[in-house]
Design a protein around this ligand. Structure first.
Ligand SMILES: NC(=O)c1ccc[n+]([C@@H]2O[C@H](COP(=O)([O-])OP(=O)(O)OC[C@H]3O[C@@H](n4cnc5c(N)ncnc54)[C@H](OP(=O)(O)O)[C@@H]3O)[C@@H](O)[C@H]2O)c1
Length: 306
């Protein structure tokens, strides 16, 4: 048995979350089992359908939340190649699987990459979700090129801070948005301009090649007008009616790929990509960390093994 955070009731949400004993997961075909050292979650993941059902739409409660992890491989499933027992790894589990707020988790090996020995587990767990999401939104879906301009919403946040840094490194002109208090943080991350969504007019921004949206709703709709002909709105906030007048809207859900994880961790190691870690808690305190209300500052990480 192992310790894990468990949720059983979708209607109760975080109120129904508790620390419990669960059976250790087994590594299936092409899986590895990982002893989790550090784990992460997204603050609104209990609202995602994939938290509660499997790929066939069946109820999968009791659920262990969390997709983000860094740890050490302890077992290989049948036919698994590419990783070995004892290897340090990091990455994301499939969203229909979750399970990282626990002492052990089973993950598809292809969803993990080696974590270099000089990178802390906390750092590995913190960059997997925001780093992959930023990478895929900018380069796969947004097809960002050097010299283009990108409007990055929530640029001080977990995902936005990675988007800002990666876009700048790629040679883009970056306009970050956020609350008034985020201005200096966003400029320090590399944005050349800042739009204070509480006081400035989004309508004053125009002619950008790409919008990276994390909010959806009205902000996504208003942002579409800022996009030049042929430009793209990429959103991670789910399906949206926001459309550039003459361009493309893409909403997507992140997928974990070893090659992209390796690109991200290389940048962390050589100082090109700064992590955005907020609170670090233990598994015993994870329910409180998940339930924390008010403003978040970066990723909350659960240090499962000290
Ligand atoms: N589709 C995908 O694959 C995918 C992947 C990752 C994340 N997501 C989703 O993306 C969203 C963002 O995730 P995250 O982890 O980056 O969250 P986050 O760390 O909370 O970042 C959001 C940022 O936007 C700011 N913000 C929020 N409301 C604002 C407003 N009205 N005006 C100005 N600034 C505002 C936040 O500031 P405060 O903290 O001060 O409010 C924070 O700096 C979540 O809904 C998450 O579920 C989707």
């Amino acid at each position: 048995m192992m310790k894990a955070i468990v949720v059983t009731d979708q209607t109760a949400g975080t109120a129904g979350m508790k620390l419990a004993e669960r059976p250790e997961p087994q590594a299936a075909i092409n899986d590895v089992r990982v002893q989790v050292h550090a784990s992460g979650f997204t603050w609104d993941e209990l609202s995602w359908p994939s938290t509660w059902i499997d790929r066939l739409g069946r109820d999968r409660t009791p659920v262990i939340p969390g997709q983000e992890l860094a740890g050490v491989v302890t077992a290989l499933g049948y036919g698994t190649t590419g990783l070995s027992v004892g290897q340090r790894v990091f990455g994301l589990t499939d969203s229909y699987r979750g399970g990282t707020l626990a002492e052990h988790v089973a993950v598809e090996a292809r969803n993990l990459a080696p974590l270099p020995g000089d990178v802390d587990f906390t750092v590995g767990a913190s960059v997997a979700m925001p780093g992959l999401t930023a990478w895929q939104g900018l380069f796969e879906h947004g097809r960002l090129q050097a010299g283009q301009s990108v409007l990055v919403h929530g640029a001080a946040g977990a995902v936005g801070s990675m988007v800002t840094q990666l876009a700048r490194e790629a040679g883009a002109h970056v306009i970050g948005t956020g609350r008034a208090a985020h201005r200096q943080t966003v400029l320090d991350l590399g944005a050349q301009e800042f739009v204070d969504l509480e006081n400035d007019a989004l309508e004053d921004v125009g002619g950008v090649d790409l919008v990276f949206d994390v909010f959806g709703g009205d902000i996504a709709k208003r942002s579409a007008a800022a996009i030049r002909a042929g430009g793209t709105l990429v959103t991670i906030a789910g399906p949206t009616e926001a459309r550039p007048a003459d361009g493309l809207t893409i909403d997507f859900v992140v997928v974990s790929y070893r090659a992209q994880l390796s690109e991200i961790i290389r940048r962390v190691r050589d100082g090109r990509l700064r992590t955005n870690i907020g609170t670090v808690s233990t598994l015993d305190d994870a329910v409180a960390a998940f339930n924390r209300t008010g403003r978040r500052k970066g990723k909350t990480i659960i240090r499962v093994r000290p």
